[in-house]
Design a protein around this ligand. Structure first.
Ligand SMILES: Nc1ncnc2c1ncn2[C@@H]1O[C@H](COP(=O)(O)OP(=O)(O)OP(=O)(O)O)[C@@H](O)[C@H]1O
Ligand SMILES: [Mg+2]
Length: 233
């Protein structure tokens, strides 16, 4: 089997709150392999977002180790962690965080503009292709306020893929959408996983999305309660 893309060992996260320690993650061991599609479910407060942030190097554990793409994140300088994050990870959140003053295509170009290693023309070409893939070829020049909620989330998905990440992380990506728009976004995740081979970790409260994903991790009270692999329906 290939080396894991993500590997967590003994990951703990605690916060001090009003003089007491609050253990939010209580020792997580987890391997995620290239190309996998993984779903994290569990009750509110179980530690799902905290775990996703640690996998995404947005936060560090209080104890334990995190490896990403062969690098020991918990031993790197913050500059190196940022470089690794920008190169390897795309994020989609419940609220899309698109820049309101820019068009759809400009929003998708933005990560590349910030990185600054390619010309505008190359970035525009790639952004247009990604918008085609998420079904928004006809909405390229719309600003976020001129797009529906589902369309905004699909732009956010295209933007997350702009730098061809190995890992896509999504926290309740359809939490803010109605049934139809949720379904479109869910279908897209599957298509993009199949087409680009991008590894995905999705946190969701949506039972339909969870059912469609081959590996489902259930968290409870800061622990992995179950980790089930099955044929996807
Ligand atoms: N900065 C913090 N300081 C103290 N406690 C925190 C902090 N961040 C999170 N927590 C606590 O950690 C627990 C887990 O939070 P987390 O956001 O990971 O839950 P979750 O499983 O994503 O829940 P939800 O489904 O509601 O999004 C919660 O009880 C929360 O109150
Ligand atoms: Mg959460």
């Amino acid at each position: 089997m290939s080396d894991p893309l993500v590997s967590l060992r003994g990951v703990r996260k605690s916060y001090e709150h009003e003089g007491k320690m609050l253990d939010v993650l209580r020792g997580i061991d987890l391997d995620i392999h290239p190309g996998e599609m993984v779903c994290i479910v569990g009750p509110s407060g179980a530690g799902k977002s905290t775990l996703l942030h640690i996998i995404g190097t947005l936060d560090l554990p209080s104890a334990g180790t995190v490896r990403l793409d062969g690098q020991l994140v918990t031993a790197l300088s913050s500059t190196k962690v940022s470089a690794l994050r920008n190169r390897a990870i795309g994020f989609v959140f419940q609220f899309h965080h698109l820049l309101p003053e820019f068009t759809a295509v400009e929003n998708v170009m933005m990560p590349g503009m910030i990185q600054g290693s390619e010309t505008r023309a190359v970035l525009r070409g790639r952004a247009e292709k990604l918008l085609d893939e998420v079904g928004l070829a006809h909405r390229r020049s719309h600003r976020p306020s001129e797009l529906s909620g589902g369309e905004q989330q699909r732009v956010a998905l295209a933007r997350a893929l702009a730098l061809s990440p190995k890992l896509l992380l999504a926290d309740e990506p359809s939490g803010n959408l109605d049934t139809d728009n949720s379904q479109q976004v869910h279908t897209l995740f599957h298509e993009l996983n199949a087409r680009h081979g991008v590894t995905m970790v999705l946190v969701t409260h949506n039972p339909e999305l969870a059912r469609s994903i081959p590996r489902v991790i259930t968290m409870r009270d800061g622990n992995v309660a179950t980790d089930e692999q099955r044929a996807a329906g």
